[in-house]
Design a protein around this ligand. Structure first.
Ligand SMILES: [Zn+2]
Length: 481
């Protein structure tokens, strides 16, 4: 059945249109004659009629708002989540803590002084350095692209570097990926090496609203170069001023920037872990999850309240239908995904989980961390179980999801430390065309989530995870343990 038809049915039942919490149903447990795909199909259809994911992300964002890594809000959200997971009937619910160096935003502003005087809309990059309280002033060194900045031999001593490179809109998020490592992560340090006193970049975003998109740069502490992102319209304003300069109609711009973040050592963050314990092979683990922390500007609805809600709800639908998988399905709400740490580290929660689960046998792992739009493809790791992909494809096609021809490679950020040690990762690929419109901005709020699209995600995750947890499938790269 096409997704549209399935959604029409759920709408007719009054489920999708009116968010209500799915009540636990005392359905008959699976009989031995039912194949995994029959039950996966049943779970898929049940997930489409449940609002568990939307209800969870609504409550999370309403009760706790923004959940910056290491904040009281992130900790309280973790404690509340653990209590909710217990109420839902998850097994082995626990919170695992780990140390964190906490970077906190201070005052921040950017203005052109002198000729063309005007204020810009900005936000500081996480982990970046501080100006004195009164700010720094310097001549602007404008570059249309990052490559132009790297190639330039211009003297940048005492200047404020401004990178105007846009983010290309794509379904896969590649337009963001190609910029985040260079422009945002390495840019400030490159500029500092060349004597600059500040770094300004066009936000990594695909919307032309006047919001700035934050995100982590390499952690330098307050001693590092102050670094700001400007909104896309402000970057375009700089582009026009650059043209005037090139036409000889404007002198170099004078800028004043203020950014006064603070850094606190001795902080702490945490992961929330819960399981649907396997009935036959409980020591074989399928780990799924999202990250509970968010940036401070919005309420972290699409990044990544949606991801924790989707993966939680995919496991919950099994509990609600009294269906216990043969392998253990483990849900992890990772902490502190967004922030960088001293020593070029980051992904503190993901690394803590990789350490605490080092002796576990992971069959596969996956993260939902790309918003709340529909899934259109499933990329699986290579497998010798030839029929697995075909069978799962039959369950997913009615949701408008195909099995990607290419094997999965990276997975989500929080599964990367697992993948690095050989755990196979899979990837339910979401449509990310609009994801970077609001990503890491004040606009990342609940209204951006379409409940029906969220349920399509849950249905896909529930079916996929059930099939992995109830067959003998194994993937490459195999677990080295
Ligand atoms: Zn995220």
């Amino acid at each position: 059945m096409p997704l549209k038809a399935l959604l029409l049915i759920t709408a007719a039942l009054g489920c999708a249109a009116t968010p209500v919490l799915a009540k636990p149903k005392a359905e008959t447990p699976a009989t031995v004659t039912e194949t995994p795909e029959v039950i996966a199909t049943r779970l898929r259809d049940a997930a489409l009629q449940s609002n568990a994911a939307y209800d969870f992300v609504a409550q999370l964002t309403t009760r706790f708002g923004a959940r910056p890594a290491g904040s009281d809000s992130e900790r309280k959200a973790a404690e509340w989540s653990a209590a909710e997971l217990k109420k839902m009937g998850f097994d082995n619910v626990r919170i695992e803590t780990f140390p964190l160096v906490i970077w906190e935003r201070g005052a921040e502003s950017l203005e052109i002084t002198g000729p063309f005087a005007q204020k810009m809309v900005v936000t500081a990059l996480g982990g970046s350095g501080a100006t004195p309280p009164g700010g720094v002033e310097g001549e602007a060194a404008l570059f249309e692209t990052y490559a132009e900045f790297i190639d330039s031999k211009a003297d940048l001593t005492g200047k404020i570097v401004v990178i105007l490179q846009p983010t290309v809109r794509t379904q896969t998020g590649q337009g963001y990926g190609v910029n985040s490592g260079s422009v945002r992560r390495s840019g400030p340090e490159e500029a500092k090496k060349r004597g600059a006193v500040g770094y300004v970049m066009r936000s990594l975003g695909t919307e032309d609203h006047r919001f700035a998109h934050t995100g982590a740069t390499r952690f330098t502490g307050v001693e590092g170069l102050p670094a700001l992102a400007i909104s896309p319209p402000d970057a375009e304003q700089f582009e026009r001023l650059l043209k005037l300069q090139r036409a000889g109609e404007a002198a170099p711009l004078k800028l004043k920037m203020v950014s006064t973040p603070t850094v606190r050592t001795g902080g702490q963050s945490q992961n929330v872990i819960a399981e649907v314990r396997g009935s036959k092979r409980p020591n074989e683990i399928v780990t799924i999850g999202g990250h509970l922390d968010s940036w401070d500007l919005g309420t972290g609805a699409i990044d990544d309240g949606a991801g924790v809600a989707i993966t939680m709800a995919a496991a919950k639908v099994m509990i609600d239908h009294s269906l216990r998988p043969e392998r253990t399905v483990r849900v992890v709400f990772w902490g502190s995904e967004e922030v960088s740490q001293p020593g070029d580290l980051g992904l503190s929660g993901a690394n803590a989980y990789a350490r605490s689960s080092a002796s576990d046998t992971h069959i596969a792992a996956a993260e939902s961390d790309f918003g709340a739009d529909v899934v259109y493809a499933l990329a699986l790791p290579r497998t010798d179980y030839a029929d697995f992909n075909k069978t799962l494809g039959k369950v997913l096609y009615p949701l408008n999801i195909f099995i990607a021809r290419e094997a999965s490679t990276g997975g989500g950020p929080d599964t990367s430390p697992l993948n690095a040690r050989g755990v196979p990762v899979f990837d339910l690929q979401q449509n990310g065309t609009d994801y970077f419109d609001v990503h890491h901005t004040a606009d990342d709020t609940l209204d951006r989530i379409d409940p029906r699209k969220l349920t399509q995600n849950v249905a896909a995750w529930a079916a996929t995870v059930w099939m992995i947890a109830n067959t003998n499938v194994t993937f490459q790269p195999t677990n080295r343990k």
